[in-house]
Design a protein. Structure first.
Length: 185
């Protein structure tokens, strides 16, 4: 007789997702799922002993894209922001920068670091590596797949004739012919 599968509550579903997102930390997963901080340790442990929760965690482990809400398209979009960004997008003129608050989220996503030097009144902005993003895009899109390359060699007729007359097979052939002529065959 089949056992009836217990349906997950909203908090239990949230616990399963957060358990994976938080690096398999039951305490953090319980807190992130809305359980009280005081009881999170016990509830986290208890949840991991429930068969229907264990089954859901195993199902989610097999489908991390769903849990983390990551897709190939999202990854490509992030690389696209970086690959096609430029310092020009962060400036109003060649010397004056746009105010940080006025940058779009896409422009902000391309910034790896910002350093300030109050003494020299200097701000240094470093963008993420465009080439790495372009390489990642190429790999994800299959543009870097190995391609067959044919090489042809053109050889002058005189070289072909020389090779034919100086190869071991040609020498053997000449020797056989000489023997036949001597023996009168």
């Amino acid at each position: 007789m089949k056992e009836k599968v217990k349906k997950l509550t909203y908090k239990e579903k949230a616990f399963c997702v957060h358990f994976i997102k938080n690096g398999y930390n039951a305490l953090q997963a319980a807190v992130s799922s809305g359980y009280s901080v005081k009881s999170a340790k016990e509830i986290g442990y208890e949840n991991l002993t429930k068969l229907h929760i264990k089954a859901e965690i195993e199902r989610l482990k097999g489908n991390l894209e769903e849990v983390l809400q990551i897709s190939k398209g999202k990854v490509l979009e992030e690389h696209k922001k970086i690959a096609f960004s430029s310092m020009e997008q962060l400036h109003d003129t060649w010397i004056s920068r746009k105010k940080f608050d006025l940058l779009t989220p896409e422009q902000k996503a391309c910034i790896q670091s910002i350093e300030t030097n109050e003494k020299q009144r200097m701000v240094k902005i470093k963008l993420y590596d465009k080439q790495k993003s372009l390489d990642s895009i190429s790999k994800l899109m299959g543009y870097d797949a190995a391609t067959k390359q044919e090489n042809t060699l053109t050889v002058a007729p005189a070289v072909v004739q020389w090779l034919e007359s100086n190869t071991p097979n040609a020498v053997i052939s000449k020797s056989e012919q000489e023997i036949k002529e001597r023996e009168g065959i």
